[in-house]
Design a protein around this ligand. Sequence first.
Ligand code: DGT
Ligand code: CA
Ligand code: CA
Ligand code: ZN
Length: 564
Amino acid sequence: MKNALVAKILREISYALEVKGVEFKPRAYARAARSIENLSRDVTDIYEEGGKKALDDIPGVGKSIAAKIEEIIKTGRLEYHDELIDEIPFNFIELMSVQGLGPESVKTLHKELGIKGLKDLEKAAKDGKIRGLEGFGEKSEDNILKNIKQAYDKKRRVLLNTASSEAMGVREQIESYASKLEVAGSLRRMKETIGDIDVLVTPKNKSELVESFMKLGEKVVKGETKITIRLESGINCDLRIVEPESFGAALQYFTGSKDHNVQVRRLAKSKGYKLSEYGLFKDEERVAGRTEKEVYSKLGMQLPAPEMRLNRGEIEAAQEKKLPRLVSYDAVKGDLQCHTNYSDGEATIKGMVLKAKEMGYEYLGITDHAGDLRIAKSMDEKRIKEQAEEIKKLGVKGIKVLHGAEVNIQEDGSLDVPDKILEELDYVLASIHSKFTLTKKEMTDRLVKAMENPYVNIIGHPTGRKVLMKTGYDLDWDRVFQASKDNNTYLEINAYPERLDLSDTNARAAISAGCKLFINTDAHSTSQLGFMRFGLGQARRAWAETKDIINTISYESLLKKLKK
Ligand code: DGT
Ligand code: CA
Ligand code: CA
Ligand code: ZN
């Protein structure tokens, strides 16, 4: 169902054009958005049956907007929309989600107070800075403060690591009052972005637990068995109080995904059961519910890992007892992409190496930026030599250090560091950092050429996407996977939470095609080496087994893999 997406994009265009002060057009886009929203049929079906002409026939939709809808249906996005968002230097979409704020007022807030998003807006309102602006008063300032809560509640999603550390804080605060505690929802599934955090508890002491939970944020709703608060990052946390005999069923239900749940419930029904968050029931009798395993097992299924619960074939596989043995969170033996203060990282080489050793790694690869000096304080030839010396003399025992570099893939697929320098390195990681708007064919040619380079071992963040910010460039994956196998040039799952690139679906396709992958953090500080688990979560969402991930092998075997 694409109606909501189409309507959202059209509406945002209307807002953007208003902010830019364009006449008439905003109303046309708003009208079209409303019309799509109110359709009783899926716009995709309409398009598939009648083509662009049928879109044109929708009330409020003319030729030009019909073409844009077609683009959204085909690609899930719209170039024109992306461009408009790039042009406006503040987050007008977020600001206009505050009830009472329109394009004019948002423009004023940005111009006069430099307000770029909700956080800035909240601060300015609390500091009493808004009441003095032209067109605003004390009343509008109060209204902003009142309505900003809702705006936060609306679709505000955060990156996985943000939600993950918030959830850790919640856990620490209330754990001692609970006999059982699990974080469920999208966070348990390790989804790239999180809408809200779902926590299930069986309390030892309910009133103490609730009181201590409420201290963590602002109250949104407080009921007997469900409490919602808003946390520091702006997202909500739902706390659900669950009886022990239902805990497994509740955990199953609230872990989702919704698509997975719908299928599992359908399966239960076909077997004469009723499945709810309270348990698995035959007639009125609860036959399972205490643990998830019990619930799945009664349904004749293996227990699918939470990361797999997306209704992407795991239900069938679990019934046939054919679930893969996913790579575990402690299987990785080293990290092959990180940065130090030789380029844009914070820590010294030694700092990074000691941290990696503390994490129990067998090896660490250092890949500071090299080549094009405009990118992230890249190393020149002299610096690379100095770095090699420093690594040689490092003297940290119990961990192997590989000297690599992250070089740039230029528009024509060549690298910006000459072979005679690459030759000296233990391995080379190559990434695209510029010219993102080539065609799919050009992008694929460019990447494949880099993969064919005899010195390149790993392609960093292969699609260039930024989670919540921009989608990656399109590639012809068949060709990329083939090039990976032909040249022993491996694709990366970049574990940096903003990237998580390859995505779960791309990584799964790569594995199905027989490619082996690296999971690297791209850490720019010692603590970011801990991002590895987000990459592993992504790999598990892609059904990766240990054998699919190269950096689970020993140092000796790794050296062989890096020989081309
Ligand atoms: P989020 O919070 O948007 O990142 O994603 P989730 O998956 O955590 O979604 P949330 O918090 O709305 O709900 C938590 C889980 O509860 C969800 O994964 C599945 C379950 N759930 C919620 N609504 C429904 C529903 O209408 N039907 C079914 N079957 N399950 C639902
Ligand atoms: Ca959630
Ligand atoms: Ca929730
Ligand atoms: Zn960097």
